[in-house]
Design a protein around this ligand. Structure first.
Ligand SMILES: [Ca+2]
Ligand SMILES: [Ca+2]
Length: 463
């Protein structure tokens, strides 16, 4: 106990000193972030910074000592400023903390989806290779309120990665599509985002889209994911890992073709009606280590199950039937097949946090070939498997970003490493990437804030 109090006091004092130190240094220097010079990144590519208060560089920008780029006064303008994809390069758009609402005076861009349907999009990325990077799902929020029946972000072609952004309230009207994000013929990477309160779907994936969907929260929508493939020649390949899908109607709706493969591993898939629905045969779909919880039907298909539809090590619970094929209750196919190692008990989750309770039968009963971060046999559900660290870095075995010296602990030594790196960057322009926690190629207050957040988080988690 004494040790703990001592630690807390030491930490508090040190933090106060560092805050003062950083403040003094930044004050002396006057343009703390140096964005005008640093806007060419190390690969010689343009990084763009978007702030809230679109077009008003005197507020968000000036406070951080940033000269606003004319092209970066809004999210769409930043996307438009990225050259069209000719090769795979890492253009980055940092969307700074704040709430973004598109002005209704701006004309919405249109996208043609599935080769024939024209839709309006709040934001459109067409044939771009670009990374959209927010400052965390509690900080960077793109709000669709006021735009009825349309898409939030349309990704058509190219290779787009989206991380640390909350997309909220797209298409709130009573009719129409109202979708958070749609990808058509694009390679989409989504990591650590949140999509809430879309009118219908959080995420729609159309003909030829592929990608990695890791550590996202798609909650409080009617549907979480729709895969909508009309073109029989298109090829799609997806991995969904450690996501939380919690919706009212159907969590996952897949209408694939025979060239579609998908892996759903360690997700939480919950719905008031159906959890997982697949209407046509795919090349291969694997469900492993998922918690599948449905008000009515757990898994619904329109075809007989073969090896191409692999359902193992899941915890499946449903109000009416575990498995329905062609509208008929065929639950016995899963209930009686012990080789698949699915379990059908209450997963004993805390539904407010989506975490397993201590008595949960999902602990260490997942696929033995998949391991938890601490090396033990995997848990079933979103907080199991190696990707659990995406949702919570304080889980045993996760290496915290704040563990700067890599010794497996977050303590005062890491804090001195940060100060050293910070000063070296400040004075000599040397960038030690370990202390650039938000990967924007500068070490500043934002990294410090992330460090402190991690530090306190890990400390709390380890108590
Ligand atoms: Ca350490
Ligand atoms: Ca940084």
């Amino acid at each position: 106990m004494k040790k703990k109090i001592f630690l807390i006091i030491t930490l508090s004092v040190s933090l106060v000193i560092l805050v003062i130190l950083v403040y003094v240094l930044s004050y002396q220097d006057n343009s703390f972030d140096d964005r005008t010079e640093a806007s060419l990144n190390q690969k010689g590519l343009v990084d763009l910074y978007v702030y809230p208060n679109v077009g008003d560089c005197s507020s968000g920008g000036k406070q951080l000592g940033v000269d606003c780029w004319e092209e970066a006064t809004g999210i769409q303008e930043a996307i438009d400023a990225v050259p069209n994809a000719e090769e795979l390069v890492d253009h980055r758009i940092f969307i700074r903390e704040g709430t973004y609402i598109r002005s209704d005076e701006q004309e919405l861009p249109e996208a043609t989806l599935a080769g024939k349907h024209t839709h309006k999009c709040n934001f459109l990325s067409k044939d771009k290779n670009v990374n959209l990077i927010g400052e965390g799902i509690n900080n960077t929020i793109i709000n669709g309120i006021g735009f009825v029946d349309e898409f939030g972000l349309c990704v058509v072609g190219g290779k787009v990665s989206i991380s640390e952004i909350h997309f909220d309230r797209f298409g709130e009207g009573d009719s129409g599509i109202g979708t958070g994000i749609v990808a058509d013929n694009a390679y989409l990477t989504m990591q650590n985002n949140r999509i809430t309160s879309s009118r219908t779907y959080a995420l729609v994936l159309i003909d030829g889209a592929s990608g990695l969907i890791y550590g996202n929260e798609l909650v409080n929508n009617n549907y979480a994911v729709q895969v909508w493939i009309e073109d029989d020649t298109s090829v799609s390949n997806f991995a969904f890992k450690n996501n939380i899908f919690d919706v009212r109607e159907i969590a996952i709706v897949v209408t694939p073709n025979q060239r579609f493969t998908a892996l759903f591993e360690n997700n939480l898939i919950r719905s008031g009606e159906k959890a997982f629905s697949i209407t046509r045969k795919a090349s291969k779909v694997t469900l492993v280590n998922n918690v599948i919880q449905a008000g009515r039907t757990g898994i619904s298909t329109e075809f007989e199950i073969t090896d191409d539809f692999n359902i193992r090590y899941n915890a499946i619970n449903a109000g009416e039937n575990i498995l329905s094929i062609g509208g008929e209750d065929r639950s016995e196919l899963l209930l009686d097949n012990q080789e698949l190692d699915n379990i059908f008990e209450d997963p004993i989750l805390d539904w407010a946090t989506f975490r397993l309770q201590d008595s949960s039968p999902c602990r260490n009963t997942g696929d033995p070939d998949i391991l938890n971060p601490d090396g033990s046999r995997s848990d079933i559900g979103a907080y199991g498997g190696p990707g659990a660290c995406l949702l919570d870095e304080s889980i045993d075995g996760c290496r915290s970003q704040a563990d700067l010296d890599g010794d497996g602990e977050v303590n005062m030594q890491d804090y001195s490493v940060f100060v050293r790196d910070y000063l070296k960057h400040k004075r000599e322009g040397v960038l030690n990437e370990r202390s650039d926690l938000n990967s924007d190629e500068t070490i500043n207050m934002q990294d410090y804030a992330l460090f402190v957040r991690e530090y306190l988080h890990v400390r709390r988690g380890s108590q």
